[in-house]
Design a protein. Structure first.
Length: 197
């Protein structure tokens, strides 16, 4: 299947999730994230502000603040298809922009360079165990992480979003870790096993 078909198929599957199930599974991901060694060790974490049916990152950000973590969220620049991250300490520092996305207000937030972040949580629609993903079609993250070499890339998703193999292109940057309500996948180890197998 091509990327568009896979994206639509998974989105349809997620659309059938009840509010109760969405909340319960998001909480399960939250618990795993708070136990994740890379999150525990991190000082600064890059994370999107989620929109349903993405895993609820609002709950996660609130918990990270309680732990004293610095949380940076992205602002997209549609004309250049680039992104910048800004640290927020309150959701009052956000504004709603196109496509109902909530983004930081630069004048009210602190700019954070890519390599100040110990871990970046990368969104997407479809993933495979090797960390390859199908995003929303803008290519923002693939471009952004090309210059990121400090820490780890992680994705938080529901089990319905994982397939055996995502079609890849040369410029695709896979994530290192996937966390779902039921599992943690070390994508680096999976890629190594695949290459050696």
């Amino acid at each position: 299947m091509d990327k568009t078909t896979l994206r639509n198929t998974v989105r349809q599957a997620l659309a059938t999730m009840t509010d109760e199930d969405y909340h319960r599974q998001s909480l399960a991901v939250l618990k795993k994230v708070l136990q994740e060694p890379y999150i525990i060790e991190a000082n600064t974490i890059g994370m999107t502000i989620s929109n349903k049916p993405e895993v609820d990152t609002i709950l996660i950000i609130e918990e990270l603040w309680k732990l004293g973590k610095k949380v940076a969220v992205p602002k997209c620049h549609p004309k250049t298809r680039e992104m910048s991250f800004y640290a927020i300490e309150s959701f009052a520092q956000l504004e709603t922009v196109y496509m109902h996305l909530r983004e930081p207000i630069p004048a009210k937030s602190e700019f954070v360079d890519a390599n100040e972040m110990d871990i970046i949580v990368v969104p997407g629609v479809v993933f495979d165990p090797y960390g390859y993903r199908i995003g929303y079609g803008g290519g923002y993250y693939d471009r952004y992480v090309l210059n990121y070499n400090k820490g780890k890339l992680m994705s938080l998703l529901f089990d319905e979003q994982i397939i055996d193999c995502v079609p890849t292109e040369a410029h695709d940057c896979p994530v290192d870790i996937i966390v779902t309500p039921t599992k943690r996948i070390d994508c680096v180890a999976q890629r190594g096993a695949n290459e050696n197998g």
